[in-house]
Design a protein around this ligand. Structure first.
Ligand code: FES
Ligand code: FES
Length: 166
């Protein structure tokens, strides 16, 4: 199978990789770069667990051919704290990360990275999202454990914490 060289910028660091041309961004992040925070739940765009940011927009890494991500800024859950810290130097974690732990929104944790990336993009776009806005943004994210209530609550609490940190 044909291979090619791709330069990716992941969490602010430029990485050159030789990869199969048919590889997805999810495969490269997990299997080549060892960034296993991004989860592989279905590989078919059904579960949201592989959500990362490409140029700040939430995208499904399992549906993204790796070549399409070249030249873009890719942010994974491993880089979320550092992204937040750029504008909040005293906080190594995004408020969502602490709120998810505090409010029981992490159980098995499999959906958590995708939920965090989607929710962080939402809070960046909307300061105080309503419950409906949160549910709408998380519509493509499946969680087998929490029943979603704790996740919605954690996102609302993180929105308040964000404002306090401003
Ligand atoms: S692994 Fe990408 S949506 Fe499920
Ligand atoms: S915490 Fe287990 S799938 Fe969401």
């Amino acid at each position: 199978m044909a291979e090619g060289f791709v330069a990716l910028t992941v969490n602010g660091s430029i990485q050159g990789v030789w990869v199969r041309e048919s590889a997805t961004l999810l495969q490269v992040l997990r299997e080549v770069l060892g960034l296993t925070g991004t989860k592989n739940g279905c590989e078919t765009g059904q579960c949201g667990s592989c959500t990362i940011w490409i140029d700040g927009a939430p995208r499904l890494a399992c549906l993204t051919p790796v070549g399409l991500a070249a030249g873009s800024q890719i942010t994974t859950v491993e880089g979320l704290g550092a992204w937040w810290q750029e504008s909040h130097p005293s906080s190594p974690y995004h408020p969502l990360q602490t709120a998810f732990v505090e409010f029981g929104a992490v159980q098995c944790g499999f959906c958590t990275p995708g939920m965090l990336m989607a929710a962080a993009a939402l809070l960046r776009d909307v300061k105080f999202p309503t419950v409906e806005e949160i549910r709408e943004r998380l519509a493509g994210h499946l969680c087998r454990c929490t029943g979603y209530e704790q996740i919605v609550r954690a996102i609302r609490e993180a929105a308040v914490a964000e404002v306090k940190e401003l």
